[in-house]
Design a binder for this molecule. Structure first.
Ligand SMILES: [Zn+2]
Length: 299
């Protein structure tokens, strides 16, 4: 490294300007590569349930930095012309990510797809605050607030969520019903009770199953996997995705939307025997099915 204190002001400014330009070009390149990884679903092959998971756990981005890049990359895919504006610094990743997350929220709220091109061009060269204002004007009905969970102490979490009015009425009603056994329970306790009750009924990890799966006609893969066999598979996997990358041995381990998968597919004569079943997250289930049958075929 050269001796910085000896640099002339002029060279210092020129150097900095040049590096910032390079940084923007690299940022753009990173977005393009992220899109290519997503197109190939390489993160799934590597044993990660999502692109976000891979960028944070393996590549070392913070959660916010990873989200900014994923959101910006999606916009770049939808509006390829923004490459030039990113390179010239007229659009930065923070503002692009804001636009993408506002679009996502609005699409979720209305169920309609939004064309981002106009919106992206409208925020060119704007400051963060101006972008916030523009988004608030464009989507005045968007009530979207991201959920947040923050640790208060080692065993207490403060949760902030947004409910619709009918949802809140139902929650209030649940508190009234619960007041017979839990008089004056705070809302947090009510939510905890509802979650425990739901999991007792629905979570395969909590249900006690027979420890043995019997052989019978229901074991042919053409029938649905019997409940007791499902429980066995869920419990054996501790509710986690069992996809493993054959080269690195990295196991996915995601507990999100896990599903039973036939290792030898039913269509190829696979059975419902426990040994032929494994637990996969939804992303890995869809991906492994595509690897075997080609795109757009459900397992
Ligand atoms: Zn997985």
């Amino acid at each position: 490294m050269e001796n910085l204190p000896l640099l002339s002001n002029e060279i210092l400014v020129t150097k900095l300007r040049g590096l910032i330009q390079e940084e923007r070009e690299i940022s753009l390149k990173i977005l393009e590569l992220i899109n290519e990884v997503e197109r190939r679903r390489l993160h799934l092959e590597l044993g990660y349930p999502s692109l976000f998971d891979w960028l944070t756990r393996d590549l070392g981005y913070s959660a916010a930095a990873a989200m900014r890049r994923i959101d910006s990359a999606r916009l770049l895919r939808k509006v390829p012309t923004i490459a030039k504006q990113i390179e010239s610094g007229k659009l930065n990743l923070t503002n692009l990510a804001r636009v993408q997350s506002a679009i996502r929220a609005e699409e979720k709220r209305t169920g309609k797809q939004i064309e981002p091109e106009q919106l992206v061009n409208a925020i060119e060269g704007k400051s963060s605050r101006e972008v916030e204002q523009h988004l608030a004007q464009t989507f005045p009905n968007s009530a979207y607030k991201a959920d947040s969970a923050r640790a208060i102490t080692d065993n207490q979490i403060r949760l902030q969520v947004t409910l619709s009015t009918p949802q809140y009425s139902e929650l209030e009603r649940a508190r009234e019903v619960a007041s017979h056994s839990h008089f004056g329970a705070p809302m947090g306790e009510v939510i905890g009770m509802l979650a425990a009750d739901y999991l007792d009924r629905k979570d395969p990890l909590r249900k006690k199953g027979h420890t043995e799966a019997v052989a019978g006609p229901e074991m042919t893969g053409r029938r649905p996997v019997p409940q007791n066999v499902r429980r066995l598979v869920f419990q054996r996997a501790d509710g986690r995705c069992e996809y493993k990358n054959p080269h690195t041995g990295k196991v996915c381990g995601s507990r999100f939307q896990t599903q039973i998968d036939h290792i030898k597919p039913v269509a190829l004569g696979g059975t419902n025997a426990v040994e032929n079943l494994r637990l996969l997250c939804r992303a890995h289930n869809a991906w492994t099915a595509e690897e075997i049958f080609g795109p757009f075929v459900k397992n």
